[in-house]
Design a protein around this ligand. Structure first.
Ligand SMILES: [Zn+2]
Length: 191
């Protein structure tokens, strides 16, 4: 196959050279609810064409590559105390895979336990392309499944207004969970 970025022959959809050149993760930080930290590995605009693959077959491979160079490395280097649940925002399968599940499941570490399908949104609201007011008027309706860890790392793919993560944090708090921080692939602030 050919690398999507440089069009040289490669064994993966994005060759190792291009991964080093274009996909080196940063750590952008935002706070929501005044205190919960959200770390993002990329700026939305820097990887926008890759994020657009989300709803296609190609998206599975692209998200796997992005996860392997950002979330997976982050998890390896992370120092944590005790067992922590990794929860992906609404990791239901659409078009054959779940993009948030790919991100969360790449975080392989003994103390981290990815709790599949623990946080589902039943609002059936699509936020993509919608403005802040629309999002405020159509809140997420998260339902949390039981799991034993009290501490949680919350994972989502794109951070926009922060309303989705805020709703997710609130439903976790209601169940006495402590969100250590949130991780998103890309921050779309001011995109
Ligand atoms: Zn390349």
């Amino acid at each position: 196959m050919k690398c999507l970025l440089c069009e040289q022959y490669a064994l993966t959809h994005i060759c190792k050279e291009c991964q080093k050149l274009h996909l080196l993760p940063s750590r952008y930080k935002r706070k929501i609810q005044g205190k919960v930290k959200v770390y993002s590995f990329y700026r939305y605009k820097d990887i926008e064409p890759l994020l657009f693959t989300k709803h296609t077959d190609l998206g599975y491979y692209i998200y796997s590559i992005l996860a392997s160079v950002s979330f997976a490395i982050f998890a390896k280097e992370l120092e944590i105390d005790g067992d922590v649940a990794v929860i992906a925002v609404d990791d239901r399968v659409k078009n054959g895979y779940s993009h948030t599940s790919i991100l969360a499941s790449s975080m392989q570490k003994k103390a981290l336990r990815y709790r599949v399908a623990a946080l589902r949104d039943y609002s059936n609201t699509v936020y993509s392309g919608k403005n802040f007011q629309y999002r405020l008027l159509h809140p997420r309706e998260f339902v949390l499944k039981e799991f034993k860890e009290r501490k949680v790392i919350l994972v989502d793919d794109i951070l926009t207004t922060g309303l989705t993560l805020t709703a997710a944090i609130n439903s976790l708090k209601e169940q006495n969970k402590e969100v250590l921080f949130c991780l998103t692939l890309a921050d779309a602030q001011g995109k």
